[in-house]
Ligand binder design. Sequence first.
Ligand code: BGC
Length: 763
Amino acid sequence: MKYVIILVLSLIIISSCDQKNKNSETSHGKWKSLSGDKRIEQRVDSVLKLMTLEEKIGQMTQFSANWSITGPVMSDDFKPYLYKGLIGSIFNATSVEGIRKLQQIAVDSTRLGIPILFGQDVIHGYKTIFPIPLGEACSWDLAMMEQTARIAAIEAASDGINWTFAPMVDISRDARWGRVMEGAGEDPYLGSRIAEARVKGFQGEGGWQSLSDVATLLACGKHFAAYGAAESGRDYNTAELSEHTLRNVYLPPYQAALEAGVGTFMASFNEVNGVPATASRWLLTDILRNEWGFRGFVVSDYTGINELVPHGVAKDEKQAAELAVNAGVDMDMTGATYIKYLSELVKEGKVSEKTIDNATRSILEMKFLLGLFDDPYRYLDENRAKANTEKPEFIETARKAVASSLVLLKNDNDLLPIKKDRAARIALIGPLMNDSVNLNGEWAGLGDRNKSVSILKGMTEAYKGTNVKLNYAQGCTITESSPASIAQAVSAARLSDVVLVAVGEDFNWSGEAACRSDIRLPEAQRQLLNALKETGKPIALIVLSGRPLDLSWEDSQFDAILQAWFPGREGGHGIADVISGEYNPSGRLVMSFPRNVGQIPIYYNHKNTGRPVDPAHPDVDYKSSFLDVSTTPLYPFGYGLSYTTYAISNAKIDKSTMKSKNDKITVSATVENTGPMDGEMVVQLYVRDLVGSVTRPVKELKGFRKVALKAGESKPITFELSSEDLAFYGIDMKKKTEPGEFKVWVAQHSADNSNELSFSVTE
Ligand code: BGC
């Protein structure tokens, strides 16, 4: 057992290596460990001392086992490297048995027996699949999001995985981009809180100490940086944005992930202002390590290093490897550039061996923290894998997560809910009504798509034994309809009191490399909806999609719209809970829904411009407007209806001025459930900084609370707003709070101006 030898050696060497390892200065500065624990640092150094240059570079190399494919398949077979001890990490290998075989090779057949780190994209569940992250974010329920990440970690870690490439914390303002499904929407404040919740969910609450728990995963904040700013929402496209926008809008969630203890980051594919992130020393070293103090390691995104060649900043892959490693990419994912060229580059003096040492140290440290050096097989236990998969409580959480992520966008005449004690005939129609396969959405781990509960199944179970009669007709597929299929759906509708139509996208129309320039429902579905409309029956749409769609036409034609995202395994149950009123919808949008694709990018926290439109006089000329569509979104950020109604009153502020440093004000209000049903309201706190050294957004979210209120109940609510909460990067690119006048709103959504207060900040 080689790892025993190395373990013993590492312990013996600890005592003698202290002094000699003062030499860890590199081009990236002295190596600083994530743990800050001297004993672990010594163990890391003791292993490093035993390694050849080639073996160190091997640790900086990751290959895909290609058991599932998440990018272009590389020609390099990873096995020869594995037998030589030249691989630090493998991803896309799954199952205890499969991983054990690979780990055994690393441990028993290589010179030093250093264990492999196994990675996987565990994004919104491993086997128990939760709603897509964009959907879950609409719950505004941080504890729930932490919980679903924890469950995903338990399932995946029990199956032998050590490291997830999540959370994805990229801000996006463009619904055409397919990867919006994987993030938390358009807002830096909410995105930051969600980033923290997910990091804690995956890695555990106890900082780096929790990594040794066999029920946690090492997390990876991705994609650093501004991957979501792709021009025209086309994946991998250029991101061209000012440093102000980068720092004030795009960077905060990555920094929040870091402060929550995330152990790794992934460099993004895109360029930021002319430099691909993978080659950007400014992003990866100056900001991430030196400014923010990151102490873990950075992995490239897939072949991101090789792609520096087509980007046009490296003449060949060798130069690409040089640029990436010197920028601060510690591990090469699948590209094999490090293993092929780094030792030559070191010999040529283009890369310092100390840079290699530091990267290797960070990777080795993670293996120590995960306990892999103590026992490389500690995550590999078939019984634990079985016991920790799809447990009833995981499934129960998934069902709740579905219900709380749904957003009720329209509900005229209280068409919904359809209570179980009513006598009613419901026609269940649409391409996604009797569908399981699409429900999990993209990046759905190892979830069995056939196990997902269709809406038809969920509805049938919910109304079993009641006087509500269900009648199903598909009507059309996602992209095709025929006169006969439409006619069948129309007759089902005619025989009903209410029509529910499940419409939307195919699951692989969002996710990576899945962007759309037309985000309306496909023509076939609109034909079906038109025909159903003619029946004159009340119609509610259930929309399944991986992005905000253009629902302008649907909004103008139909009575109710429930946005259901891709809800995951428990989709049908959670949706039926909301339709039947067992659960009162509480989701609020985290991305603005455009009126048409031409409005994109559209987001609530935009700038005012010098010629803003006056909402009371939108037709005045020479304003920043469109001739053919309003400037407002169809549904704004923070918006969502409920089966009850809420009111906010009595908004107050405890003082009218605060200092620009170390001060705070308290904003309070009363929230009331003014309707007939218990529910949960998301109270949102927005501010506006009226004058700045650089232009400021018209509104910025600074706090929120999800409050449960019984019918008729009211509760006082308070928010503390500190001077630091108002800080931003101004004209001198330094983060601080500038004195001046501010407005503040306690609101139901970003376009709600009813409870407006003001205060000023003094020096
Ligand atoms: C994606 C990453 C993912 C990686 C590994 C890439 O193509 O951009 O988000 O983690 O593949 O599957």
